[in-house]
Design a protein around this ligand. Structure first.
Ligand SMILES: [Zn+2]
Length: 300
C-alpha cells in the first residue's frame, strides 16, 4: 500500500496561487557562474566575489554606497513626464509611464540628491536603467539641469552617474534638446570653478555619451561597462568590418583616451572623496594665490 494516495483527481492550482521560491536569496554571477548569497553579494556592493563582475544597480544602491549613512535630500522627486507629442508605440506613452512607475517605484530615469560623502558636500544625479532603459527624456534633462543649479548655488562638486540607452524615443526632439540644456548648465558649473566628475556605468550610450557623460573634468567608469555612441551592430554594418576585441568596453575606451580612469565599485566612495578633496584644496590654493597676487599688485 502506498504511503500517499491521491484522493482527489485533477487538482489544479491557478498560476496566481502558485508559491514561488523566494527570490533574491542567492546570486549567480552571469560571467563566471559563481553562486553567493544575496547578503554576501550586497556586502561586496553587487560585484562578483570571484571575478569582480559589476552587476547593474540603480540610484537606490549608488546613493546608499556613496552618501554617508545613506543620508541625503532628494531634489525634485515628484517631477514626471508629460506627453507633448501624443506618442503611441505599442501603447500610449502616458500608459507606459504609469506602468513603468508602478513596476519600478521610480518617477523617471534619473534621481538627484545632495548630501555628504566622507564629510564633504556633494550633489549627485544618478540614472536608473530600469526606467525605460535609462532613456533621457525632458524630465531627465530638467532634473540634471536643476541639480547642477543646486551645486552652483551651494558651491558643491557635481557627480553624474550615467546608465542609459540614449534619448527617449517617445519624446523625440524634446529628448535631444536635453543634450544642449545639460551641456550649457555644465559650462556654467565649469565657469564657476566647481568640479564635475562623470561616472559611466554599464551601459552608457547614445545621446547621453554625446553630451553630459563625456563632459566631466574627470570621466571615469566602472570595470567592464559598455560605453559607446551607436551600438556595435550598427557600426559593424556601417563600416563593413569586424570590430576589435573588447570594443566599447570601459577598458577599450580608456586605452583610446576617452576616460581618465576605471574605478572598482568597492573603492568608488574613497576614490571620489579623495579626488574632490584634492580639487577643493587646489581651488583654495588658487584663490589664495590670486588674492596674494592682487595684494602684491596693489602694494607695488
Ligand atoms: Zn563572477
Amino acid at each position: 500500500m502506498p504511503w500517499f494516495k491521491r484522493v482527489e483527481k485533477g487538482i489544479h492550482t491557478p498560476t496566481e496561487e502558485k508559491k514561488e521560491t523566494p527570490d533574491g536569496l542567492w546570486y549567480k554571477c552571469p560571467e563566471c557562474k559563481t553562486v553567493t548569497s544575496m547578503a554576501e553579494h550586497r556586502k561586496h556592493l553587487y560585484t562578483c566575489v570571484k571575478c569582480d563582475y559589476h552587476a547593474r544597480v540603480g540610484s537606490n544602491e549608488y546613493f546608499a554606497i556613496l552618501f554617508d549613512d545613506n543620508e541625503f535630500t532628494e531634489l525634485d522627486e515628484n517631477m514626471t513626464s508629460a506627453d507633448p507629442l501624443n506618442f503611441t508605440d505599442s501603447k500610449p506613452y502616458p500608459q507606459r509611464v504609469t506602468a513603468t512607475q508602478k513596476k519600478t517605484g521610480l518617477k523617471d530615469a534619473v534621481r538627484t540628491a545632495y548630501g555628504k560623502i566622507n564629510g564633504q558636500d556633494l550633489t549627485i544625479a544618478c540614472m536608473d536603467f530600469a526606467y525605460i532603459g535609462g532613456s533621457m527624456g525632458s524630465v531627465v534633462g530638467e532634473k540634471i539641469a536643476r541639480a547642477i543649479d543646486h551645486a552652483r548655488k551651494n558651491r558643491t562638486p557635481f557627480l553624474m552617474i550615467s546608465k542609459s540607452g540614449g534619448a527617449r524615443m517617445m519624446e523625440a526632439g524634446f529628448s535631444l534638446m536635453q543634450m544642449a540644456k545639460t551641456s550649457a548648465k555644465l559650462a556654467l558649473l565649469a565657469e564657476e570653478k566647481l568640479p564635475y566628475v562623470s561616472l559611466l556605468t554599464d551601459p552608457t550610450t547614445g545621446g547621453v555619451t554625446a553630451s553630459y557623460a563625456m563632459l566631466g573634468d574627470f570621466n571615469i567608469a566602472e570595470p567592464g561597462a559598455l560605453i559607446g555612441f551607436a551600438g556595435p551592430r550598427v557600426i559593424k554594418e556601417t563600416i563593413g568590418k569586424d570590430l576589435p576585441k573588447g570594443f566599447q568596453s570601459a577598458e577599450f575606451v580608456l586605452e583610446h583616451g576617452f576616460l581618465d580612469f576605471i574605478v572598482d565599485r568597492k573603492q568608488l566612495k574613497q576614490r571620489l572623496s579623495d579626488l574632490f578633496g584634492i580639487l577643493h584644496a587646489e581651488e583654495e590654493t588658487v584663490s589664495v594665490k590670486s588674492k596674494e597676487k592682487k595684494a602684491t599688485s596693489k602694494a607695488s
